[in-house]
Ligand binder design. Structure first.
Ligand SMILES: [Zn+2]
Length: 105
C-alpha cells in the first residue's frame, strides 16, 4: 500500500481546501488498500488558467478538454483533484504524458 502523502507529494496544496484534502487522503488510502494507486496531478487552477483551458479547442488551438469556464470548475476553489493511475503514469513516461509531467512522474 502506498502512503497517500507520497501520492499527493508532487502537487501544490497551498490553495486547496483543507477538508477536501483530508477526504482526498482518505480516498487515496482506501483505493491503495484495494490495489489502486493514483497520483494527484492537479488540485488548484486559477480563474485565468481555467479560461485558457476553456478556450482551447474553441478560439485557441488544440482539442476541447473542458466544459467549465473560469469559476465553474471545482479546481478554481481548491475542491477538485485530477488523478492518474500510477501504472498509467509509468507507462505514459514513454509517451511524455503532460499530466504525468505535472506530477513529476
Ligand atoms: Zn480536473
Amino acid at each position: 500500500m502506498t502512503d497517500a502523502r507520497i501520492l499527493l507529494s508532487k502537487v501544490d496544496r497551498t490553495l486547496a481546501y483543507d477538508p477536501f484534502i483530508a477526504k482526498l487522503y482518505q480516498i487515496l488510502e482506501e483505493a491503495s488498500a484495494r490495489g489502486y494507486d493514483f497520483w494527484v496531478t492537479l488540485l488548484f487552477r486559477t480563474y485565468a488558467a481555467q479560461m485558457r483551458l476553456y478556450f482551447q479547442g474553441r478560439t485557441l488551438p488544440g482539442k476541447i478538454v473542458t466544459k467549465a469556464r473560469g469559476g465553474e470548475s471545482g479546481h478554481c476553489f481548491g475542491l477538485a483533484a485530477d488523478l492518474r493511475e500510477v501504472w498509467a503514469c509509468l507507462g505514459a513516461l514513454l509517451w511524455g504524458h503532460a499530466a504525468c509531467a505535472v506530477a513529476g512522474v
